[in-house]
Design a binder for this molecule. Sequence first.
Ligand code: HEC
Ligand code: HEC
Ligand code: HEC
Length: 420
Amino acid sequence: MGGTLALLYAWESPIPPVDPPSARTLDPAATRRGASLALLGDCTTCHTAPGGAPYAGGLAMPTPFGTIYSTNITPDPETGIGRWSEQAFIRALRSGVDREGRHLYPAFPYDHFTRVSDDDAKALYAFFMSIDPVKASAPPNQFPFPLNVRLTLAFWKLLFLRQVRFVIDPSKDEKWNRGKYLVDGLGHCSACHSPRNLLGAEKTSASFEGGEAEGWRAYALGRSSQSPIAWDVAALTDYLARGSHPQHGTAQGPMANVVDNLSLVDRADVSAMASYLASLGKGEGRSDVKIPDPSGPGRLPQVAGVQAATPSIPSDPGGAIYTAVCASCHEGDRPLPLGGLRLALSTAVAGETPANLVNLVVRGIPASAGGSARPIMPGFGDILDDRQISDLTNYLRTEFAGKKPWDGIAKAVAQARGNP
Ligand code: HEC
Ligand code: HEC
Ligand code: HEC
């Protein structure tokens, strides 16, 4: 009887298929708004495979439980969501149930999208129905038993999915409310920036205290931030909209996709998110960090016609590597994103774990295919051995962050070398 009750609980009914709405019936203002919401929600990033058609799915997402592939959300009637009614789409977005009634894995962040308003959910639907249909099917997910049984997800939802719509806080201004709506809802920022429990659900009691994403550390934000210079609204707005800030550096790893998307949306939405984030509090920062004077030449200037002097090499083995290998770019004071940041300003050196610093040293920042000016940094994984990377990391941590060396460097190096 318990089993029957459980099945009844987990059961979701199918929603009948419809004919794809024709482009003529879609409200152009709604589709335009939906396009911007799709960027705010990173639908583009997760639902596009490398080199694949936009929104056609197939991106492999490794999780601690197995690999899941995003699905085709173009309006193709056979392989996409062309036969989904608006109601079916909104149920998927907010409850994680597909048109046929199957539970969806929470790698699709519906635990955040449940906060999306009716109007925005409808605008997203209009946008997805307006894009070109693409025929493409995602490879099957690789989950071990019993996780490969979608009904088990009903119990995950029972424990962790709260059906909550966003409620305006009348004691705060409109901008703050807009920012909170976007950060907690479509932006799903805490999905990466918070720790998760053993069942893969966010620890809501530790929201924004920092989390892991694809082998990268998504730093703590708000009052637990380890950023050497505390973030303010202006810096957050700049960083989120442009992908870099002169006192904070550039967004790398999975954050690079987030800022790419945010660079294309209305700046007022980005600044609303920044003002909400800033209201979460400030980290302590460090009072002794020197902010380089952007007009003056650096210690090792990277400007036309000036030859940098050969710096003296410290006796510390990590310091010697830094001076010989890194300093010419990171003490040249060339403007971001093309010059390297003074490492005393970088959360990668001051942050909670060595993951991002080690990723950057091992793999560098590869050149991107797009036409925009992007930073490039060589990777040193083939040149430096594990011992040298560990010496270098310890040196940077003590010299530039003034903190004790991290534990677990060897593990971070092994992960960075193994991470695709
Ligand atoms: C972090 C990655 C991620 C983001 C961001 C994301 N999705 Fe998904 N989405 C997925 C994955 C993975 C699945 C497949 C889940 C499964 O198979 O159970 C999925 C499934 C879906 C489905 C169900 C499709 C089907 O055929 O069953 C819809 C609809 C959908 N997403 C829409 C969206 C929209 C709209 C957005 C943006 C507001 C979005 N997704 C953002 C990862 C993501
Ligand atoms: C897919 C995971 C992911 C999502 C979603 C995400 N972030 Fe991040 N974020 C990261 C990672 C990883 C870093 C570290 C990047 C680096 O080292 O350059 C980061 C860095 C940041 C930083 C810089 C912090 C510092 O001290 O240097 C800010 C600010 C930030 N994210 C804000 C946001 C906001 C706001 C959102 C939601 C709109 C968001 N993030 C969504 C993964 C994510
Ligand atoms: C050829 C120039 C160059 C060299 C050599 C170089 N870098 Fe970089 N590095 C860059 C650029 C450009 C960026 C992107 C701008 C930025 O964020 O600092 C960057 C980014 C970084 C960042 C992220 C800073 C942040 O928070 O935004 C770290 C950490 C870093 N480099 C460490 C190193 C270390 C350690 C070495 C030596 C092993 C090194 N780099 C060598 C050019 C270089």
